[in-house]
Ligand binder design. Structure first.
Ligand SMILES: Nc1ncnc2c1ncn2[C@@H]1O[C@H](COP(=O)(O)OP(=O)(O)OP(=O)(O)O)[C@@H](O)[C@H]1O
Ligand SMILES: [Mg+2]
Length: 452
């Protein structure tokens, strides 16, 4: 009960359903009582009318009576029978048994309808003086009349009994339909990506929830603005750090070119590496800020193989240092309509990871394939791959797997994801060798219309 009350206080839909059901129940009850009472009244009136008809018929047809004196008239309709007798014959009544006529009606009864008790039984009786001057009494047992009236009254309640559950079902269905826009609205918001802060379309919503949605849209706009400010701050900070870092790296290079004592040269090496790592971090931060910012980018027709070649030119020295066999697989090229810089950065980050995390002597393959529904760009390596548990986390900024000797900022895959989202592409991680669970295979799926 407590649970129901809690749900009732929390759910507007449940409250509306319960309130409407109670209102229907109350109206049905009142209408039922009214119908029941008036059906009983009507039945009684009709029964009085039948008494009158019998009396009139008896009078018009000039009927005469013959009593089955001393005989029982008990039969199958004994209960509902209408008794007709001359009022003057009441004194002929035998015993107190009302199944024997004539019955002992008081001879002083006035013409018209009356209710009276004869031999312990209540009767409704109509006294009439006929055209021949005789006074007749037409009577019926009250108990029988009431039973018949009640039966007919119950019959009059039948439509209410059928309509009530139908109405309840209709109301609950109607309420559910009325609240459907809210359910579909929350489903739409739930399905959104965390970066999708565009306003909710309020045009087709009921006016009652529109102000709420307008307020949510204003909040979304404020959140989007504050995220944009944050991004800009990071981009500005990275930009500002770039010049002193370049200067530092230049100084370190110059220092390396001078005569230095052996211990100083030994210490210069980690210093230069640190400066280089910081430069890479700043470059990645700038790339991420650019990938996440919203301005429209110029779209051009780009050959995927050409992008691959440019990336290979950049990364070949790195691959050669580790004796990694890197190359493009397949001859079929695909032309895409995308921002060239975006695609270049995306492929470069994936290829850079593949070379970096694949042990020396390994293999890295870049490929592009067109299927009926999409275009799939793949970067496969023969390294250790990423375990299924970690696959979702590696896209988080600054996330780096434990146990790798390679240096890195942990931003590469975040940049890939941001660029893919902007392109309307999906990034999937898998294994190059599914059976052995080894080697990372990154697939970037673009819609087929990206080629047009
Ligand atoms: N090809 C791969 N094979 C194995 N692990 C990988 C591969 N690519 C990425 N990872 C794992 O995912 C983590 C996140 O990669 P990500 O590219 O985002 O960052 P990073 O390479 O560490 O730094 P950055 O790319 O910014 O220099 C890496 O630290 C690495 O552990
Ligand atoms: Mg990386």
């Amino acid at each position: 009960m407590d649970g129901f009350q809690k749900r009732l206080s929390e759910s507007l839909q449940l409250r509306l359903s319960v309130a409407l059901s109670l209102a229907i129940l109350l109206v049905a009850l009142l209408a039922g009582v009214f119908a029941f009472v008036s059906a009983i009244d009507e039945a009684h009136e009709m029964q009085d009318e039948s008494l009158r008809h019998v009396a009139v018929l008896f009078d018009r047809q000039h009927m005469t009576l013959r009593y089955p004196a001393g005989e029982h008239v008990a039969g199958d309709d004994e209960e509902s029978r209408i008794i007709v007798q001359y009022l003057a014959d009441s004194h002929l009544a035998v015993g107190n048994d009302d199944s024997v006529i004539p019955l002992p009606f008081p001879t002083t009864l006035a013409d018209g309808l009356t209710t009276l008790n004869i031999a312990g039984e209540d009767f409704r009786a109509l006294v009439r003086t006929t055209a021949t001057g005789e006074r007749i009494v037409v009577a019926q047992e009250i108990g029988v009349r009431n039973k018949e009236a009640r039966e007919s009254a119950w019959r009059s309640l039948l439509p209410f009994m059928i309509l009530f559950p139908v109405l309840l079902l209709l109301v609950s269905d109607l309420v559910r339909k009325l609240f459907r826009p809210i359910a579909s609205l929350s489903a739409e918001i739930d399905q959104r990506d965390k970066q999708a802060l565009h306003p909710i379309d309020e045009q087709h919503l009921p006016t009652e929830i529109r102000p709420f949605v307008v307020a949510i849209n204003r909040l979304l706009a404020r959140v989007a603005q504050s995220m944009e400010n944050q991004r800009r701050f990071i981009a500005d900070a990275a930009h500002e750090l770039r010049s002193p870092m370049t200067a530092l790296s230049l100084q370190a290079e110059r220092l390396a070119a001078t005569e230095l004592p052996a211990p100083a040269r030994e210490r210069l090496l980690p210093l230069s590496r640190g400066i280089e790592r910081s430069r890479q971090l700043i470059d990645q931060l700038l790339a991420l800020a650019a990938a996440q910012s919203s301005p429209e980018r110029a779209l051009t027709r780009v050959s995927v193989h050409q992008i691959y070649r440019r990336v290979l030119e950049d990364l070949l020295p790195q691959a050669e240092r580790k004796s990694i066999d890197i190359g493009v697989e397949g001859d079929e090229d695909v032309q895409l309509t995308v921002n060239e810089m975006d695609l270049l950065i995306l492929v470069k980050n994936l290829a850079d990871n593949a070379i970096r995390y694949t042990p020396a002597g390994g293999r890295v393959d870049l490929s592009v394939e067109r299927t009926a529904a999409s275009i799939v760009l793949q970067v496969r390596d023969s390294g250790p791959g990423i375990s299924a548990e970690e696959q979702a986390r590696v896209f988080d900024p600054f996330y780096r797997s434990m146990g790798t000797d390679e240096s890195g900022s942990g931003l590469g895959l975040s940049i890939v994801k941001a660029i893919a989202e902007r392109m309307g592409a999906q990034v999937r991680l898998g294994f190059t060798d599914e059976a052995a669970h080894s080697g990372l295979c990154v697939s970037v799926l673009l819609k087929a219309d990206s080629t047009s």
